[in-house]
Design a protein around this ligand. Structure first.
Ligand code: GLN
Length: 179
């Protein structure tokens, strides 16, 4: 199976290693044509305002809106896949607030609880927060009481950076759903 990784900003090589370690093939997505031979798309973190501009400039914005490719969005990618105060794809019916943790805690690590009683090292970098979900949203990860990861259909939103750990739990959960 080919998995696309949006390669307009950073965090590409880290996601690439994670996906390759699950045994999948990676295609770097820079143009609409790159969407043709992939079974799912990872939208990495970065800066959502810049990412939006780059997506529009490359015409990937319209192409992604029109496609029904499963998407895994991490951090800025999660902002774009959900609904935010700014323009997003809105593929998941969840509300996400940018830069939720403010300046003092712009970056921090926190243990996350995952479905099936697992633990995960959550790396949060100027992270957003999921502030509301819907009946069709399935929460899969929590930091204290807060939902930091969820699934809707074949789409996944994570407010942290799973690609910055060696733990493939979240990549595997998302990829499993594509089969
Ligand atoms: N704060 C960034 C934004 O608003 C997201 C940060 C990240 O992706 N690590 O887009």
């Amino acid at each position: 199976m080919n998995i696309g990784i949006l390669a307009l900003q950073g965090a590409v090589s880290e996601h690439k290693i994670s996906v390759q370690n699950t045994g999948m093939n990676v295609i770097e997505v820079k143009n609409p044509i790159d969407l043709q031979n992939i079974s799912g798309l990872i939208m990495p973190g970065g800066e959502s305002t810049t990412l939006r501009k780059l997506l529009k400039h490359s015409k990937l914005w319209e192409a992604i809106i029109e496609s029904d490719l499963p998407i895994m969005g991490t951090c800025a990618g999660a902002i774009l896949i959900g609904k935010s105060q700014d323009e997003t794809f809105g593929k998941m019916n969840i509300q996400i607030d940018r830069n939720y943790y403010g300046r003092q805690k712009e970056s921090f690590e926190k243990e996350i609880s995952v479905v099936n009683n697992r633990k995960f090292k959550g790396v949060f970098i100027r992270a957003p927060a999921i502030t509301s979900i819907n009946a069709e949203t399935k929460p899969i990860a929590w930091a204290d009481e807060d939902i930091v990861g969820c699934i809707e259909g074949k789409n996944m939103a994570l407010t942290f950076h799973p690609e910055l750990t060696d733990d493939l739990t979240f990549h595997k959960i998302w990829l499993e759903g594509l089969k």
